[in-house]
Design a protein around this ligand. Sequence first.
Ligand code: HEM
Length: 185
Amino acid sequence: MPTFFAFLPATLVSAALLAASATAAAQAAPEPAPAASAAAADAPALVPIPGGPEAAGVRGPAPEGLYQALGEKAGIAALMGDMVDRALKDPRIGPMFENSFKQMRPQALKDSLAAQICVLTGGPCEYEGTDMKYAHAQLKIDKAQFNALVEVLQDAMDARGIPFTQQNRLLALLAPMHRDIITVR
Ligand code: HEM
């Protein structure tokens, strides 16, 4: 792949990260305070958004043709399956997924991700998982781990021959979610 395009998505995500850094602290999930602290008692409980477009992270109309470019339901399911399998093998983030799979089946996460991407890209699916803030609140994800998953997704999209322009359109939909997913700063 041409070097210029190779770092485009990472640039995109980094730009989004920088642009939001001023407001991110205010929006981030509160770090659990020490049990004895008065702040812990005052902190509002994190209430999940239980499914639907808002929980999936839909912020506007889906980019025209992206759902088709990703191979519709079957292509998206295969892409998310491959992404989770690759994430598991990645030393930067694998242990985090490994740990979750003591509680949940890997296929359940793959299905939930596939439904989310389908909804985000305008496909005929329903997302039944929780919103991104709630889903990742306990995971202690930092910026490097977020970017590592983006890289893993790029590799999975490369492997399926998804064109760079379409890859970038999907990454642009996901980038703003860093505000809810990165809780370690
Ligand atoms: C834009 C980026 C991301 C998206 C769109 C995303 C999406 C999702 C979705 C849809 C779920 C399932 C929620 C549910 O069914 O209720 C989930 C769970 C999970 N995500 Fe992410 N995620 C992202 C980033 C990350 C990162 C960076 C990591 C770790 C490095 C991560 C690790 C996990 C794990 C381990 C779970 C399972 C949580 C559990 O045990 O319940 N995710 N994610």
